[in-house]
Design a protein around this ligand. Structure first.
Ligand SMILES: NC(=O)c1ccc[n+]([C@@H]2O[C@H](COP(=O)([O-])OP(=O)(O)OC[C@H]3O[C@@H](n4cnc5c(N)ncnc54)[C@H](O)[C@@H]3O)[C@@H](O)[C@H]2O)c1
Length: 440
């Protein structure tokens, strides 16, 4: 019986999609004693993983290397291995398509393979972030209709195989909360599916939280990320109001955050990035539209957030103008192109839109980011200044801080720059009186 096998850690577990979510998941399972096989379609990634090279900051090469060497973790592009697996976690991307609506192609193609190779008593868990209904409206029918009929003619979910949704909540680079100490929400298609999935996660996650259906679990994940998007949208708008009133929004947030209840600080910036906040709320508003509900609040927050790069560029234009300089031909140094501090992840980074808008206006861009050595935009090779020196700073017309990495000498930037546009309050510790700092 699968539960007994799980409890004795003698299962062969599988993960489909070995990125920011799938790779740490695979390692957590292996650390719990499971034998794990990871499946991915990207040959370059598989090659790196086979050599113990991790793409994800939360998974050090040394740990991955040992698990690969001992064969506790194996990786492949061969979906036939699914036939040998007791459990399958699906962690493939869920982006938006060119019309900004949910792109389910990755989930569908992974589920198709699972269906073709499904085995009796297999536990299948979707972890990709998605709209409520995906597990029951897309995954379950595909598993039932695509499955190998000869073997699975009379398969019933909750009896012959198990299906659940469990959102991944990790935040890459967060060194307090990681996969194993962040509670795991689990919603099975049937009660038995929930029980089996909960038992599975209990082997390597400290705390699980069960809900009555996959839909509840899917919606809970979207609520978490939409909550962040809406609050970031609100504080970005407050930042614009404060700018008009000549008030320092960061000082105001610090003051408001002294209230021990009922307030949670969010911070303004050049716009949210990463795979979650700019994308997930659109999954919810798209699904809401199919229920004839126009999610005004959610859309408005996304609209404000995505307008922030232009707001930053307008601020730079205004500041250059005061100094009798056009943006056309000005040399601008961007500090930080990762979407958040102290990591090298540039997915959906607002820095790209800021740079694109500046290039459109004829600016010459160079950037410094200790974690990102190369970016290419519109075939323009943006020059990366590897070391930040006083002469690099003196040579530009202005410096724009887009990411507040900890290992940057902000004092030197302020000392040598003509002026600095600080979108993250990175210069907060520099003594008041430096009149060349312009905050967001
Ligand atoms: N990155 C995060 O911080 C985070 C946090 C929580 C949830 N999520 C969600 O988890 C899911 C995965 O995100 P990610 O950041 O790990 O993505 P990622 O792009 O880092 O990794 C996805 C991997 O899936 C592989 N892949 C794509 N299609 C495949 C297929 N059909 N079969 C096998 N492999 C396939 C890709 O090659 C890639 O290696 C998304 O739904 C995302 O929204 C991400």
């Amino acid at each position: 019986m699968l539960i007994k096998k799980i409890e004795s850690c003698s299962i062969h577990a599988g993960v489909i999609g070995l990125g920011y979510v799938g790779l740490p998941l695979m390692v957590a399972m292996a650390n719990a004693g499971f034998r794990v096989t990871g499946i991915d379609i990207c040959p370059e990634k598989l090659e790196r993983l086979k050599h113990g090279i991790s793409d994800v900051p939360d998974v050090p090469d040394t740990i991955l290397g040992q698990l690969i060497k001992s064969k506790q973790i194996q990786v492949t592009d061969d979906f036939n291995v699914l036939r040998n697996l007791d459990t399958v976690n699906i962690c493939v991307p869920t982006p938006l398509d060119e019309n900004r609506i949910p792109d389910m192609q990755y989930i569908k193609s992974a589920v198709e393979k699972v269906a073709q190779n499904m085995q009796s008593e297999q536990l299948i868990i979707l972890e990709s972030t998605t709209y409520p209904g995906t597990t029951e409206e897309i995954v379950l029918p595909m598993l039932l209709s695509n499955s190998n009929k000869a073997q699975t003619d009379s398969l019933e979910v909750g009896q012959d195989f198990y299906l659940a949704y469990s959102p991944e909540r990790i935040e890459p680079g967060n060194d307090t909360y990681f996969m194993t100490n962040t509670p795991k929400i689990v919603g099975g298609v049937t009660k038995k599916c929930t029980i089996v999935s909960k038992t599975f996660y209990e082997q390597f996650i400290n705390k699980t939280y069960t809900v009555s259906s996959p839909r509840i679990a899917e919606m809970a994940k979207l609520l978490e990320n939409t909550f962040r998007s809406v609050n970031i949208g609100l504080i970005n708008e407050v930042a614009m109001i404060c700018n008009r009133m000549e008030l320092d929004v960061w000082e105001i947030i610090d003051a408001a955050a002294t209230k021990p209840f009922g307030f949670m600080p969010f911070y303004p910036g050049p716009g949210p990035g990463g795979h979650c906040i700019p994308i997930d709320p659109h999954y919810l508003s798209w699904k809401a539209r199919t229920f004839q509900h126009n999610a005004k609040f959610i859309e408005l927050a996304s609209e404000i957030n995505s307008s922030m790069p232009k707001y930053v560029v307008d601020k730079v234009i205004h500041a250059l103008n005061i100094r009798m300089k056009p943006m056309n031909g000005s040399k601008i140094l961007i500090i930080g192109v990762a979407y958040k501090k102290d990591i090298g992840d540039t997915r959906e980074s607002p820095a790209f839109e800021v740079i694109r808008l500046m290039l459109d206006k004829g600016a010459q861009i160079l950037y410094h980011d200790p974690y990102v050595s190369k970016i290419i935009l519109r075939r323009v090779d943006i020059y990366h200044s590897e070391t930040l020196t006083s002469s690099v700073i003196e040579d530009v017309d202005c410096v724009v801080i887009l990411t507040d990495h900890s290992n940057i000498d902000y004092e030197m930037i302020v000392q040598y720059a003509d002026f600095v546009i600080d979108t993250r309050n990175a210069t907060r510790s520099i003594p008041i009186g430096s009149n060349n700092i312009i905050k967001l």
